[in-house]
Write a protein that binds this ligand. Structure first.
Ligand SMILES: Nc1nc2c(c(=O)[nH]1)N[C@H]1C(S)=C(S)[C@@H](COP(=O)(O)O)O[C@H]1N2
Ligand SMILES: [Mo]
Length: 371
């Protein structure tokens, strides 16, 4: 299903007609790998949308961000106050959902109740705003505080009282300069679907921590008690099945793993023999750098190095490309990447299958036939 014009008009949003609609309510949109790979900075119209609840329409005149909890001076800030009282900062960062590439995990064993994202829940934008640490400094963090929790203005329906989406990050990460209270995306005010008027952007972390329509920042001793920190977005080992899962046993997700994806050609594509252009992207969390990208046509026995776009921004993906000389036949093209600490990706999705379908970063494979 592609984007229906009336749906977009109702919401008054701009998205490319080729976006994949995973769900209309809540609204969830993915961009095909070709759209994703079109430009280093993903235009708003190609940027994926991941919502767990409503898309609030925030009245900017009434809007206030509150900073509460273990602080010496709680704050209440309007957007103009935030913009005039703090110095702005810009970060180019790739946002990726923890459910990116879930479809490959679901092909091994079904993952009911979760959206079957392909390699399309990702985008890279220029975020402008105020470093979170500058606001926390003014509020004054009290001794013993360990986590910074965020809550949004949307309404989530989980058969309980509606609540706002939320999550938290450790204080240590919150004090890093890249974590922004963003009010601009790609040089424009934050679009409604991406969190207008303010969202947190946590580069290198799963997208879920970048809370949209941000209403409250709470400084606290423990991680957020929000459903999306305590239950969802926990990682379990492959042997744990949905029926027997004890939420407490899962690991709360934070950093994104090293990952790489082939955008062109597409799965099942029929190609003409000869020099064939292959391209895609590679990312890593933790601010460690994508060092090398390699392609294999023989199940990983031999590898050919791809050329990577010059390194420019620590928190952004790196585009890569290669040319393979393909003779007629059937091929499975495999991609893998290495980071600057010598880590690489797991070989097989089976090794990392988990019942919620998070963080698939196994070798990405694309099968093509060449005539
Ligand atoms: N308030 C709120 N913030 C949210 C979400 C949400 O549903 N509500 N979804 C999160 C998830 S799971 C992801 S992956 C990113 C997606 O950001 P985007 O929709 O701007 O691409 O936003 C995060 N922030
Ligand atoms: Mo997500």
């Amino acid at each position: 299903m592609s984007v229906d014009d009336t749906l977009l008009e109702t919401l008054n949003i701009r998205k490319h007609p080729d976006m994949v609609v995973y769900q209309e309510n809540p609204l969830n949109l993915g961009a095909s790998p070709e759209l994703v790979r079109q430009s280093f900075i993903t235009p708003e119209v190609h940027f994926f949308v991941r919502n767990h609840g409503t898309v609030p329409q925030v009245n900017i005149y009434n809007y206030r961000l509150s900073v509460t909890g273990m602080v010496r001076s709680p704050l209440k800030l309007s957007l103009p106050e935030l913009q005039s009282e703090f110095s702005p900062s810009t970060v180019i960062a790739t946002l990726q959902c923890a459910g990116h590439r879930r479809n490959e995990l679901a092909a091994i064993r079904p993952i009911p109740g979760e959206l079957p994202w392909s390699a399309d829940a990702i985008g890279n934008a220029i975020w402008r705003g105020v470093p979170l640490r500058d606001v926390l400094k003014v509020a004054g963090i009290e001794a013993g505080a360990q986590h910074i929790a965020f809550t949004g203005l949307d309404e989530i329906d989980k058969d309980t009282e509606p609540f706002g989406f939320g999550g938290s990050i450790p204080l240590e990460k919150a004090l890093e300069s890249e974590v922004l209270l963003a009010y601009e995306m790609n040089g424009e005010p934050l679009p409604r679907l991406h969190g207008f008027p303010l969202r947190i952007v946590v580069p290198g972390y799963i997208g879920a921590r970048s809370v949209k329509w941000l209403a409250n920042i709470n400084v606290q001793e423990q991680p957020s008690t929000n459903y999306f920190q305590q239950k969802a977005y926990r990682l379990f080992p492959p042997h744990v099945q949905a029926e027997e899962a004890d939420w407490e046993q899962g690991t709360m997700l934070a950093d994104l793993p090293l990952n790489s994806v082939i955008c062109q050609p597409r799965e099942g594509e029929i190609l003409r023999a000869g020099p064939t252009a292959i391209n895609g992207y590679a990312i890593t969390g933790k601010g460690s750098l994508v060092e090398r990208v390699e392609l294999s046509l023989d199940e990983g026995v031999t590898w050919k190095e791809a050329s990577i776009q010059p390194r420019s921004h620590s928190w952004a993906w790196r585009f890569w490309k290669a040319t393979l000389d393909l003779h007629p036949g059937q091929y499975q093209i495999i991609i893998r990447t290495w980071d600057s600490s010598g880590h690489t990706q797991p070989v097989d999705t089976k090794q990392i299958w988990n019942w919620k379908g998070y963080l698939n970063h196994a070798w990405h494979r694309v099968s093509v036939s060449v005539h």
